[in-house]
Ligand binder design. Structure first.
Ligand SMILES: [Fe+2]
Length: 359
């Protein structure tokens, strides 16, 4: 049992501006990987301000669920960058991590990112999250899309060197994104808490994260400009990221991936709808932990979802369920998820969310 998370975490309002020297000390040529929203939420201006005097590039067209091809494109185009900044939600941060590996290892083919023995280092990575949910700023994971499927890789060398976490960038998030990203954080905390790889260290962080989301997410949705509520959800998200850095995610993530890649459901929502089923299935093996979680939600996670208005407006056919279940049955997540998951139980997970959340 242990705990490993080598990222320097710097947290608080205006944290980017307060760390100009540290950020400038990492290299000479910086590559900022972001999406379009970084202009709107002020994070790009803050980052450019602290890079004043340095050479930098901006790639601000990272798509949602970034494909491997975009990683290759960015690494080729900005091959002389020696520091990579992931600025945004999970997509820019995960892209930045993969690009940092390719820049450090120019002969590595993009598909070899998934063969961790083929490389051992990456260019220094700075992550600046602008959503509260992914936790990617404190993990060794990068989830990309390969041949239409979400596929993550994990390597110690892609733990960011520095995470600069400022909740003020999340104030402009709309309600839909606020909920879906917070539900991603909730999924990380719940999945990590019941994971077979959980430790007392990760459990302490997971419980704090779950409790904080339960207390503050409904309040935040009622008062989206409230900076204290925004800070609480950002804090929960980073805690949940530290949890999965130890435990990985479990089956709810594997079940949700197809909903995202094939039906366009936002990642956090696509994952969270499976948590009630995952908890039910975990009862045989981790009863105390499941009960602990349910106690936090006054006995029912589903009622918490009702309060938030969680629903899915997609169509799911029997054929979809057949295909997706086969994919999940081969997922590595099953080995760390409490409970027994044969093809039938996996299909049931999809049938259940169809009955409960489809509108
Ligand atoms: Fe996630």
């Amino acid at each position: 049992m242990g705990f490993y998370m080598p990222t320097k975490v710097l947290y608080g309002r205006d944290i980017v501006s307060k760390n100009r020297e540290l950020i400038q000390s990492l290299g000479d040529t910086y590559l900022i990987v972001s999406g379009k929203s970084s202009k709107k939420n002020g994070s790009l201006d803050d980052t450019l301000d602290v890079l004043d005097g340095k050479h930098y590039y901006i790639f601000d067209e990272t798509p949602e669920n970034p494909p491997l091809e975009i990683v290759e494109f960015i690494a080729r185009k900005y091959s002389d960058a020696d520091v990579v900044i992931g600025l945004g939600g999970g997509s820019p941060m995960d892209t930045a991590k993969a690009v940092a590996v390719l820049l450090e290892n120019p002969s590595l083919k993009p598909e070899e990112l998934y063969e961790k023995d083929k490389y051992g280092s990456a260019k220094p990575i700075i992550c600046i999250p602008t959503t509260a949910g992914t936790g990617s700023e404190v993990t060794q994971y990068s989830v990309l899309t390969v041949n239409g499927r979400k596929k993550g890789f994990s390597h110690e060398c892609i733990f960011p060197k520095i995470a600069l976490i400022d909740y003020k960038y999340t104030v402009t998030l709309n309600k839909e994104l606020t909920i879906s990203t917070a539900l991603d954080a909730l999924s990380h905390a719940v999945e990590g808490y019941i994971s077979r790889k959980a430790t007392p260290f990760s459990d302490a962080l997971a419980l704090e994260s779950i409790r904080t989301i339960n207390s503050y997410l409904p309040k935040l949705l009622d008062d989206p400009d409230n900076e204290y509520y925004r800070e609480r959800i950002m804090f929960s998200s980073t805690l949940a990221g530290m949890v999965i850095a130890q435990t990985g995610t479990t089956i709810a993530h594997a079940l949700g991936y197809s909903l995202t890649t094939e039906k366009g459901v936002k990642h956090g929502l696509a994952t969270a709808v499976f948590l009630p089923y995952e908890l039910k299935m975990a009862l045989t093996e981790s009863k105390d932990k499941v009960e602990e979680i349910l106690r936090i939600f006054n006995g029912s996670l589903e009622e918490f979802y009702e309060l938030l208005g969680v629903s899915l407006s997609v169509e799911i056919s029997d054929e979809d369920i057949e295909n997706w279940s086969k994919i999940v049955s081969n997922a590595s997540h099953i080995a760390v998820t409490p409970g027994k998951y044969d093809l039938e139980e996996i299909k049931h997970a999809y049938i259940e969310i169809k009955e409960k959340y489809l509108i």
